[in-house]
Design a protein around this ligand. Structure first.
Ligand SMILES: Nc1ncnc2c1ncn2[C@@H]1O[C@H](COP(=O)(O)OP(=O)(O)OP(=O)(O)O)[C@@H](O)[C@H]1O
Length: 255
């Protein structure tokens, strides 16, 4: 589905991505982890078309995405949940979702399509239910909790009907309970929509609990790849996290 080959990206003297080759099979749920500055966000920026690699290929369903705009990457079927819900404070949850769903439908149908856009209301309702936001459909986006704003961000990305969904730290800034509620929803969403999902996450308990595969970056390069069990016991990975804020070493000891 998504096959990244020998990706490189430098910013001045900093090589943020070093010969990264990673494969993401259709329907997989993969965590990208690594210490601060490892190149996780840069990797997302590269594959989503926000920045262009210096070299390498990003094969999505067999076609290279390198050089395409981020909008074109979304059109091909790879969407990223951005912190955008807060940009529409005066829209309710339903209004924001409706705007996203209808704009996607219009784009898919052709800009000048004269056909009426059918089914957008059902689609919005389906997404609201999937995300557990139905009860808050009439709440202004500005008045949502941090967790619900993140869910709305995910909903706005899902409105693009992606095959691959990229989530950048879906649980950032949340307390322990809210974190687990959030990740439970993300996990159910992945199961229900049969998406290929890739998420960056700092919380190792969450990474080990829900991902099928974990890719570890360090200094821009792939340090390790494997199942949560393999990664948890990988000495290079444990060493990479020692002396950092993350509790990778602790999580390994607890296993
Ligand atoms: N636009 C940019 N200009 C210059 N340097 C950059 C830019 N974007 C990233 N970098 C550098 O590239 C390296 C990787 O950064 P990146 O944000 O991708 O890491 P990260 O793993 O996402 O970190 P964190 O966990 O702290 O979010 C860092 O050294 C960073 O300073």
């Amino acid at each position: 589905m998504l096959d990244v080959q020998n990706l490189n990206k430098s910013f001045g003297g900093v090589q943020a991505t070093r010969d990264v080759s990673l494969n993401f099979p259709a329907g997989s749920l993969t965590a990208i982890i690594g210490p601060n500055g490892a190149g996780k966000t840069t990797f997302f920026n590269l594959i989503s078309g926000h920045i262009r690699p210096d070299s390498g290929r990003i094969l999505f369903e067999g076609r290279d995405l390198v050089g395409l705009s981020s909008l074109e990457v979304v059109r091909r079927g790879m969407a990223r949940a951005f912190q955008v819900a807060s940009l529409f404070p005066s829209l309710t949850v339903r209004e924001a979702m409706t705007a996203a769903v209808t704009s996607h439908q219009r784009r898919s149908a052709g800009l000048f399509s004269r056909f009426p856009l059918s089914g957008s209301r059902d689609r919005v309702q389906e997404l609201l239910e999937l995300l557990g936001l139905s009860a808050k459909a009439d709440v202004l986006s500005a008045n949502l909790s941090h967790g619900d704003q993140k869910l709305l961000d995910i909903g706005l990305a899902l409105a693009m009907e992606p095959k691959v969904l990229l989530l950048d730290e879906p649980t950032a800034g949340m307390g322990p309970d809210e974190r687990w509620r959030m990740i439970d929803k993300v996990h159910r969403l992945w199961q229900a929509k049969q998406l290929t999902m890739i998420f960056i996450e700092h919380d190792m308990d969450i990474v080990f609990k829900i991902s099928q595969t974990v890719h570890v970056l360090k200094y821009g390069a792939v340090l390790a790849q494997g199942t949560p069990e393999e990664i948890r016991r990988n000495q290079d990975v444990i060493d990479a996290y020692l002396g950092t804020d993350h509790h990778m070493a602790l999580a390994a000891e607890e296993a």
